[in-house]
Design a protein around this ligand. Structure first.
Ligand SMILES: [Zn+2]
Ligand SMILES: [Zn+2]
Length: 105
């Protein structure tokens, strides 16, 4: 039989309950380690993990600057640094190009 167990979260230091049901679930999965983090921190970490995507080094096709892109650069495909990407994006947007024509020096 399992009993609810109080554990302390490694991340926030708060106490959380490792319930009997969870313990059973862990045992079924063959997990020997108890959870180190409370459910909130676990959720948070999962979210952060998703956000920290792998970045690839690339060279901007326009200005030649070193930059990083969230996808694997393909030879022959244009890659822009942040600055150039902004330029390319605004110049291709019709409502923006009208505005920049008015403010041209
Ligand atoms: Zn926590
Ligand atoms: Zn650039």
């Amino acid at each position: 039989m399992y009993e609810d167990e109080k554990l302390v979260c490694e991340d926030c230091g708060k106490e959380f309950v490792f319930t009997a049901g969870e313990q059973e679930f862990y045992a079924e999965k063959g997990l020997v380690n108890k959870p180190k983090r409370c459910p909130e921190c676990r959720k948070l970490r999962r979210k952060q993990h998703r956000r920290s995507r792998k970045m690839y080094d690339a060279v901007c096709s326009k200005c030649g600057a070193q930059t990083q892109v969230p996808f694997k650069p393909v030879p022959g495909r244009e890659v822009y640094c942040k600055e150039c990407f902004k330029e390319v994006e605004t110049s291709s947007a019709p409502q923006q190009s009208e505005e920049s024509a008015n403010t041209a020096e």
